[in-house]
Structures are given as C-alpha cells and as structure tokens.
Design a protein around this ligand. Structure first.
Ligand SMILES: [Zn+2]
Length: 146
C-alpha cells in the first residue's frame, strides 16, 4: 500500500508543471527524449516534455525551471503536420539547447559550437534545411546508419 502511494505521488509531481494537460502525443515525445539522451556526454535534466496547443511562433522551445531542471514544449500544430522523423530531429535540437544551458552557456544562440553539437547528435538545424534536397541527399544518409 505504501508503494502505491509513493507511485501516485511521483506521477503527480512529474506532471505538476505541465499546463496543457494530457495530450495523446506526449508519450511519443517522452520516448524521443529517452531515445536520444545517450547521445549527450552529460545527463540532461529534462523534467518533462509536452505538446503546447498555443505555441504558434516556434515549432518547439526549451525552458529552464526553478531548481535547475528543464522542460520542452512542442507546438501542437507542428506535431500534427510533420512526420515523426522531423519531429524527433526538432526535439533533439531543443535537447542541444538544454545541453548548453546545463554547461553554463544560457546565451549560446545558434553559434558555431551549437551547430557543431547539432551535427554530432544528428538534430535538425532549421525546418528549411531538413527539407532541402541537398540536406536529404548529403545529411540523411548519415542518420540512417544509427
Ligand atoms: Zn534553436
């Protein structure tokens, strides 16, 4: 009985900062984060990832919370429109932002270091780049090996 209560508490705590409630796509996003964590040399403190029904200007965004953990929101419109493959590349891009935050560089932008790590973990850089024929021809073949 004690174990049950502990589990309940953990579950509630895990979702406490989500403001958009449950979304059928959240589980897939969580899986994408789990699948890509091992590409990074440190443990990324990602408390949760969720679909945002209100995000329109960005495809996704990484945020810092009090206490030094992070979370990611992904636009609902984006997840409805794109393939799982493109969504995952975007999730990994946001994970790269969190990596730089955790390494002590909150104002990194998309500088040359950021772009190097993006290449290293096989994230996407911009929406356009993943659709360009040159990107498909020259970069995608690297990703299929993994
Ligand atoms: Zn970015």
């Amino acid at each position: 009985m004690c174990v049950m209560s502990l589990e309940d508490f953990k579950t509630d705590n895990h979702h406490s900062d989500k403001i958009y409630g449950e979304h059928e796509f959240n589980e897939k996003l969580e899986q994408m984060v789990e699948d890509n964590k091992s590409k990074f040399p440190i443990d990324l403190d990602i408390a949760f990832i969720e679909v945002s029904t209100r995000m329109t200007k960005h495809r996704a965004k990484a945020y810092k919370r009090e206490g030094g953990t992070y979370y990611i929101r992904v636009s609902e419109e984006f997840v409805q429109r794109e393939s799982l493959y493109i969504i995952e590349l975007t999730v990994v891009h946001e994970m790269v932002h969190i990596y730089f935050y955790q390494m002590g560089y909150p104002n990194h932008g998309h500088d040359k270091y950021f772009r190097w790590v993006v290449g290293q973990v096989q994230a996407s850089m911009t929406r356009t780049s993943t659709f360009e024929q040159k990107w498909r021809d020259c970069i995608e073949p690297f990703m299929e090996d993994n």
